[in-house]
Design a protein around this ligand. Structure first.
Ligand code: IPE
Ligand code: IPE
Ligand code: MG
Length: 255
C-alpha cells in the first residue's frame, strides 16, 4: 500500500528535528554547518506534508533548554529562522498554508519578530496545512501557562482536561497522531507533552540533514498500518462475539 492523500488517519504530525550537530561533526565541520544543512530540509518536508493532505505539521526548531547552548550557535539558529521566513513566505501563502510560531520569541531580533507576525497575519485565514514552528518552546511551560491562563479568568474553579486543552498555545492543532524524532535518540525532550498522550512514536537513526521526503513518506505508510486502540479493544477480538462472550461468562461463573 502506498501512503496516499486523504486516505489515512494521521492528521497531526510532530517532528523533533535532531542530529544536526552530530551530522556536521561526523563530516569534520562545526556544529552550525549541520543547522545550515538541516534548515534546507524543512521546506521539502513541509511541501510533502502538504501534498499528502496532512492537517497539521508541528516542527521542533528551538527548545527552552536550547538557550543553554553557546551564544554563537543560538545566533545561527535565529538567523536560519529569519532566512527561512524570507525564502518561504511566498510559497507558504501560495500553498494556502497557515503559519504560526509556538513558544517564547521575545528574545528574537526585532526584524525576525516582524517577519513572524507579518506572516502569521497574512496566513491566518489560510485553510490548508497548519504549519507550526515550536521555537523557544517547552511542553512544561506550555501546560503551566495554560493553567495560569485558566486560573486568572476563573479564580477558585477546578480545572478540567478540556480547560487545559482549550488554553494551550494553539488549541486547534489538537492531539498529535505521529511524533517522529530523527537523530537516533529515544526521548521527547519537553515537546508537546500534553498533545502526545496517545501519539504513535517513530524514532529514526537518520540525522535531520539527511532526512528525505522518501523516508517521511515511508514512515507515514508504516505508521498508518499500526493499530491504534486508545485503551479499547481490537475489533477483530470483539468482546461481543458469541464465542468470546460464552467463554467470559464461563470464567465469571467459575469465580
Ligand atoms: C537539533 O540538532 C537542532 C536543535 C536542537 C536546535 P542538534 O543541534 O541537537 O544536533 P545534535 O543532536 O547535537 O547532533
Ligand atoms: C530537541 O533536541 C530540541 C530540538 C530538536 C529543537 P535537543 O538536542 O535539544 O534534545 P536533547 O538535549 O538531546 O534532549
Ligand atoms: Mg540534539
Amino acid at each position: 500500500m502506498i501512503f496516499e492523500k486523504q486516505t489515512h488517519s494521521i492528521k497531526h504530525v510532530a517532528i523533533i528535528m535532531d542530529g544536526n550537530g552530530r551530522w556536521a561533526n561526523l563530516r569534520s565541520h562545526p556544529r552550525v554547518w549541520g543547522h545550515v544543512r538541516g534548515s534546507g530540509v524543512v521546506a521539502d518536508i513541509v511541501e510533502e506534508a502538504d501534498n499528502l493532505g496532512i492537517n497539521a505539521l508541528t516542527m521542533y526548531a528551538f527548545s527552552t533548554e536550547n538557550w543553554s547552548r553557546p551564544h554563537t550557535e543560538v545566533k545561527v539558529l535565529f538567523n536560519l529562522l529569519h532566512k527561512f521566513l524570507k525564502r518561504e513566505r511566498c510559497r507558504i501563502l501560495k500553498n494556502n498554508i497557515r503559519f504560526k510560531i509556538m513558544g517564547d520569541i521575545s528574545n528574537l531580533p526585532a526584524q525576525t519578530k516582524n517577519l513572524i507576525s507579518e506572516l502569521e497575519i497574512e496566513s491566518q485565514y489560510n485553510t490548508g496545512l497548519k504549519l507550526t514552528f515550536a521555537f523557544g518552546y517547552g511542553g512544561r511551560s506550555e501546560i503551566t501557562q495554560a493553567f495560569n491562563k485558566f486560573v486568572r479568568s476563573n479564580p477558585g474553579q477546578e480545572i478540567t482536561e478540556e480547560d487545559i486543552a482549550k488554553n494551550l498555545m494553539i488549541p486547534d492543532l489538537g492531539d498529535v497522531d505521529l511524533l517522529i524524532r530523527t537523530g537516533g535518540d529515544h526521548r521527547v525532550s519537553n515537546f508537546l507533552l500534553w498533545q502526545i498522550a496517545y501519539a504513535e512514536f517513530y524514532f529514526t537513526e537518520t540525522k535531520w540533514p539527511d532526512f528525505s521526503t522518501e523516508e517521511f513518506r515511508n514512515i507515514l505508510e508504516c505508521v498508518s498500518k499500526r493499530e491504534r486502540r486508545f485503551g479499547s479493544l481490537n475489533p477483530a477480538c470483539d468482546f461481543k462475539t458469541n464465542v468470546e462472550q460464552a467463554r467470559t461468562n464461563n470464567i465469571l461463573l467459575r469465580g
